[in-house]
Write a protein that binds this ligand. Structure first.
Ligand code: UT7
Length: 337
């Protein structure tokens, strides 16, 4: 029986910092509202024509591969999680294979939004545990800013999201007491539309209709993300708690055993609620949403990398990753570092 461990981590965010005050110049919002409701102070937005979802993922991956101490051609499989791919198809997994000039290994794209990285780690872990692959590259990357409604109409969503990428290399481990102990995945499609972007999608309408509508003068808002914020918030706090407890319980552990919880950076208030519920100290929960906003599939690998870089994730630590988001989908990963 093999186990898998995270052998390398990396992240990349674009240089362009967008503060809450910057947003208040283009829509009716303000720093106080954003900080009070979300904890966000600033986020990064890609400057048009510079990065793409794939290029950010590639930069994060290069760092992760270097830190894993392997050659790029030691990668056996690529997993890419995003809700903001460069193209409708093909997905960015193959673009990473091309741009990193990796040999013709398989590339899988994951469509699980905020839970995408957790799902990706779970898939990679199964491939490694089964003995099929030795090194799997898992990337989460998002370029939200080009697709947001940057008017007052979209302010409930647009102030939250930011751009960036994170990556991890998972490597086969002979020792079974260390590494990824378990992963736990869930979905509830009943609430699919509560946090969604309906178009482009073949269920939306026929291309011929779109062509006919071109001159109608009506703006099609289904190309912007929609979120029923309060409903998502209420579900998030419940599902985060459940799936963390499920993961701990599966390993005969409890909240007191957590050394570092890395929650998906959806809203600082959600993280604080979970922290309080489990009686965790500030040292046991890592948050960086203040600086990057919600980067969806990228948020956990960015946070995990920063925590590790700051020495807050150490050998022997019990690290818990947990995510909730559009789908609804949610999940947790329990790691003995
Ligand atoms: O990552 C995936 C998972 N996502 C989440 O977990 C997000 C969960 N939801 C949330 O984080 C919160 O619901 C939000 C931060 C999105 C919104 O906070 P809220 O406290 O639920 O605000 P709200 O949507 O109920 O809006 C309250 C008021 C409204 O005005 P009225 O109707 O009370 O006059 C909004 O129009 O705040 C207004 N508002 C804003 N005001 C200034 C909404 N967005 C803004 C804004 N600036 N950006």
């Amino acid at each position: 029986m093999y186990n898998s461990r995270i052998s390398g981590l990396g992240f990349y965010v674009p240089e362009n910092v967008v503060t809450n005050d910057d947003l208040s110049k283009v829509m009716d919002t303000n720093d106080e509202w954003i900080q009070e409701r979300t904890g966000i102070r600033e986020r990064r937005h890609v400057v048009k024509g510079t990065d793409t979802t794939t290029s950010m993922g590639v930069k994060a991956a290069q760092k992760a591969i270097e830190r894993a101490g392997i050659d790029k051609n030691d990668i056996d499989f690529i997993i890419f999680a995003t809700l903001s791919p460069d193209y409708y198809f093909p997905g960015p997994g193959v673009l990473v294979q091309r741009d990193l000039d990796i040999k013709t290994v398989g590339a899988l794209d994951i469509r699980n939004q905020c839970s995408g990285f957790v799902y990706g780690i779970s898939v990679a872990d199964q491939y490694i545990k089964s003995g099929m692959y030795k090194n799997v590259l898992v990337i989460g990357s998002e370029l939200h800013s080009h697709g947001l409604d940057m008017t007052t109409r979209g302010r409930g969503v647009s102030v939250i999201f930011g751009d960036g990428a994170g990556a991890a290399v998972l490597t086969r481990e002979e020792e079974t007491t260390k590494g990824i102990l378990s992963s736990h995945l869930h979905s509830e499609g009943q609430h699919a539309e509560e946090l969604s972007l309906i178009a482009p999608g073949m269920g939306k309408r026929w291309v011929t209709d779109i062509l006919e509508d071109v001159d109608s003068g009506e703006e099609d808002t289904s190309y912007f993300p929609y979120m029923n914020g309060q409903f998502v918030f209420k579900n998030a706090v419940v599902r985060f708690s459940e799936v963390i407890m499920e993961g701990l319980g599966a390993n005969n552990l409890g909240p007191q055993d957590i050394d570092m919880l890395i929650p998906h950076q959806a809203n600082l208030r959600i993280s604080q609620f979970i922290q309080k519920k489990f009686g965790l100290s500030d040292d046991q929960v890592f948050n960086n949403i203040m600086s990057y906003g919600n980067t969806t599939a990228a948020s956990i690998p960015i946070a995990l990398t920063e925590a590790w870089e700051q020495g807050k994730v150490k050998e022997g630590d019990l690290v818990v990753l947990a995510a909730f988001g559009s789908g609804f989908t949610w999940g947790s990963v329990i790691i003995r570092w």
